[in-house]
Design a protein around this ligand. Structure first.
Ligand code: SF4
Ligand code: SF4
Ligand code: SF4
Length: 510
């Protein structure tokens, strides 16, 4: 069970809370029963801080209170340059620095990066960074005075987890399509959109405590959290879980002299996924027993091993529905349906909110139907085995690599057709024009082939994860676990084939 040896474990005397002014999180008593078995699959083994040479350097960096500040500062500068360029720069979207870096570079590169290194973006994110600075009234110092009301997300809403974030992402994507922001349209629209997200995040940071925004509401959080679970960064975990189970003070959650309590409400000792760790290193600084390390894991561990949460399954269904919509909306059949609906409803133009939501709902609904059928037809006659979510959650987790691959393939045309515009947009700030701005990194026929390849790889990986998950999670639900596994894998293959067909008809459309 021990992940790695703790560096320096002092006797665990109960000491008073260092940060008694903080609202105390819901720290529950240690539940030992079944813990080792539950976490054995998700425990990461390689602590980066234990590596010879690199480990001590990393430790010094993590101990520094300025660690996250140094990541946030450059993105914060670029972020405000985007806003300023959008307002004051050229009106030509393809030549504007703000639109070029946002839609041709950042949005395109975020997907492959997330699939590989999980929530690393959250470490540097300007939205969360600005919120922290204002809420803590400090760029990096450990302060006790907070700005804002410090409320908790009501439990009844917190149960929905990242599903709220997926909802915000769906609304934001509709607004983006309706106003043609990422087209890109007028550069000022990009500025308005990011300023809108900043306003939403700052209000949340001032009303709620810690990173409630990131954990529940940020439009990107569900996407990064779900797709990032394929990645190799496990996050901050205990070196010796037994030390945590005996720990009376739990500074990693409540805050200590040198670090804040986990802003993401994650208790490192029982974390079974990288989805809810923003890599901020506060637990590392706060733990008085030096019992926290930074772990890497085998790719896909956070897809296969963790407890399957129903709210996350719905998130995956919603994200899948959205990306399938974004494929279909490039086809003439969609344009015909959307035009017809707009004329019937007297709605001004694409995208009609009804067909938008119906498409997302229909795609998610297909998987709801499959899970329901499995729970009725293949399951044992016990209550758990016949429960819908026992089948739905594992089915959807298995799809994560394919959903991530589809988002990546969908943003590829913008990157390969327009990434060369970024240097030209930077040169354009100084009033010069360059002739190679229209250079395409890949010709269209190769671009489409790369999209097929990405989906084929995503399908193969999803077949693997689905097969692994089905073999593990369906065992107790059915005597026909082999049949359940074959059906689930067939569903993945059909979905992957459907995506490739859509890319064929899209023919490299942006
Ligand atoms: S969850 Fe959203 S706001 Fe928070 S750090 Fe990640 S991307 Fe930024
Ligand atoms: S990580 Fe948290 S629970 Fe574990 S020993 Fe440190 S303070 Fe205690
Ligand atoms: S405090 Fe630790 S567990 Fe919580 S988000 Fe930061 S690094 Fe992750």
């Amino acid at each position: 069970m021990a992940l790695n040896k703790a560096k320096k474990v002092e006797p665990l005397a109960a000491t008073p809370l260092v940060d008694s002014t903080l609202p105390v999180s819901r720290v529950r008593p240690a539940q030992r029963e079944g813990l080792s078995e539950r976490l054995s699959g998700s425990d990461a083994r390689l602590d980066l801080t234990s590596l010879p040479g690199f480990g001590p350097i990393l430790e010094r960096m993590l101990k520094s209170r300025k660690f996250q500040f140094y990541f946030i500062l450059p993105t914060q500068i670029i972020f405000w340059l985007v806003v300023i360029s959008g307002i004051f720069g050229t009106l030509e979207p393809a030549q504007n620095f703000g639109t070029a870096i946002t839609w041709y570079i950042w949005f395109a590169l975020m997907f492959p990066a997330t699939l590989l290194i999980g929530r690393a973006w959250c470490l540097a994110c300007p939205f969360g960074g600005l919120g922290d600075w204002i809420q803590r009234r400090s760029f990096w110092r450990r302060t006790q005075k907070k700005l804002g009301l410090g409320l908790k997300m009501p439990q009844v809403l917190a149960e929905y987890g990242l599903l709220m974030s997926a909802g915000v992402f769906i609304i934001l994507s509709w607004l983006e399509e309706f106003f043609n922001i990422a087209g890109p349209g007028l550069p000022i629209l990009t500025s308005i959109m990011v300023l809108g997200i900043i306003a939403f995040s700052l209000i949340t940071f001032l009303v709620f405590e810690r990173r409630t925004f990131c954990r529940y509401l940020c439009p990107l959080s569900s996407l990064i959290g779900a797709n990032g679970s394929t990645g190799i960064i496990a996050g901050f975990r205990p070196r010796d879980r037994e030390v945590c189970l005996n720990c009376q003070t739990k500074e990693c959650m409540r805050g200590g002299t040198d670090g804040y309590g986990c802003p993401w409400y994650t208790y490192p000792a029982t974390a079974d996924t990288n989805t809810y760790c923003g890599l901020c290193s506060e637990c590392y600084k706060a733990c008085p027993y030096e019992n926290i390390g930074v772990y890497v894991q085998k790719p896909l561990t956070s897809v296969i091993a963790p407890k399957k949460r129903t709210s996350m399954a719905w998130v995956i269904g919603a994200l899948l529905g959205l990306v399938i919509f974004q494929q279909w909306n490039a086809l003439p059949s969609y344009a015909a349906a959307d035009n017809w609906l707009n004329s019937v409803m007297h709605f001004p133009h694409y995208p009609n909110p009804v067909d938008y939501l119906l498409t997302i709902g229909a795609v998610a609904g297909i998987f709801v139907g499959i899970a329901f059928l499995l729970s009725r037809v293949v399951s044992l006659k016990t209550k758990t085995a016949r429960s819908f979510s026992s089948w739905f959650a594992p089915l959807m987790y298995g799809l994560i690599p394919l959903v991530g691959a589809d988002y990546m393939a969908r943003v590829m045309p913008k990157f390969f057709n327009h990434a060369a515009r970024l240097p030209s947009s930077i040169i354009g700030i100084f009033g010069k024009q360059v002739s190679w701005a229209d250079f395409h990194i890949l010709p269209n026929n190769w671009l489409v082939r790369v999209q097929y390849l990405v989906i084929a790889i995503g399908t193969a990986v999803a077949v693997y994860t689905t097969s692994k998950i089905a073999g593990k999670d369906y065992k107790e639900l059915t005597r026909n676990s082999k049949l359940a596994r074959i059906i689930s894998v067939a569903v993945v293959v059909l979905l992957g084939a459907g995506m490739i067909v859509l890319y064929y008809f899209m023919n490299g459309a942006e």
